[in-house]
Ligand binder design. Structure first.
Ligand code: ADP
Ligand code: MG
Length: 257
């Protein structure tokens, strides 16, 4: 079986300033990995590359494969890359819902990448797709909010809607960039519980960037730590020591405790 994620030789510069250095990473199907590191260490840049939302530097030998296929679209977004993107669910710190649409409509948007374009552009969802979306809302505990405008929900609820959208998408790989950074502890716990549940019960691969180390320790077996664009640690959470963490954050450690 292919690794869920396989990156080799990833370099990235912005305007002459290199921010990722020869990164290599392999994640097996069904793993839940925390990506940690100080602000500016390159977590979001790496995650965007995994989703095919950014390109490595031209002319280098970077390879980014998800489920055995390259995410790098050469030129036009071809059908194969489009299908691969449908397998990748992306969760943002700021939820990225369409505030004026209903919660249910937002969840249905997860289907767009899997529909013929004409049907998607008309918003013609089948009964089965609507049932699937409702089941996803049920799962994140928000079925009763289906017909509310998304913007009227709390931050924690909106993030759970975003997860329901990824569930409805039936994404095999879920990439979550600081999904709990804007949430209070109780909402953060609910969001992390749902991500862990999807990982355990559905066997989805989850990579989650976390600023607060205690959540990584609580929820993830494996931790990958970036420091200044390089992988500084990749191993079990048990082997992570306090000294190491202090070094990682240059003494500016936010344990979230
Ligand atoms: P993190 O998510 O770990 O906080 P980022 O991946 O956002 O780190 O950023 C890594 C580095 O890349 C930082 O120095 C940041 O300023 C820089 N960077 C990120 N995105 C851009 C961009 N679009 N243009 C220029 N520099 C960027
Ligand atoms: Mg970031």
């Amino acid at each position: 079986m292919h690794p869920a994620i396989h990156v080799t030789g990833l370099n990235k510069s912005f305007g002459g300033k290199q921010v990722l250095f020869d990164l290599g990473l392999a994640v097996e199907p069904g793993e839940m990995v925390a990506l940690i590191g100080a602000s500016g260490s390159g977590k979001s840049t790496l995650l965007r590359h995994l989703a095919g939302l950014a390109c490595g530097n031209r002319h280098d030998s970077s390879s980014i494969r998800v489920l055995g296929q390259s995410v790098q679209a050469e030129g036009r977004l071809n059908g194969q890359v489009r299908r691969l993107r449908a397998e990748i669910g992306y969760i943002f710190q700021q939820f990225n819902l369409v505030g004026r649409l209903s919660v249910l409509s937002n969840v249905l948007l997860g289907r767009l990448g899997r529909m013929p374009r004409w049907r998607g552009s008309l918003g013609l969802f089948s009964q089965e797709e609507k049932q699937r979306a409702m089941a996803a809302l049920e799962r994140v505990g928000l079925a009763e909010y289906a017909h509310r405008r998304a913007s009227t929900l709390s931050g924690g609820q909106q993030q759970r809607v975003a997860i329901a959208r990824a569930l409805t998408q039936e994404a095999e790989v879920i990439l979550a960039d600081e999904p709990i950074a804007s949430l209070d502890p109780e909402s953060a716990r609910k969001v992390m519980d749902i991500l862990a549940d999807i990982n355990e019960k559905d066997g989805k691969t989850v990579v989650v960037t976390l600023h607060q180390v205690d959540y990584a320790v609580r929820y993830c077996e494996r931790v990958v730590a970036l420091k200044a664009g390089r992988i500084h640690y990749d191993g079990t959470v048990q082997a992570l020591s306090g000294t190491f963490l202090n070094d990682l954050y240059d003494g500016d450690l936010d344990t979230g405790l």
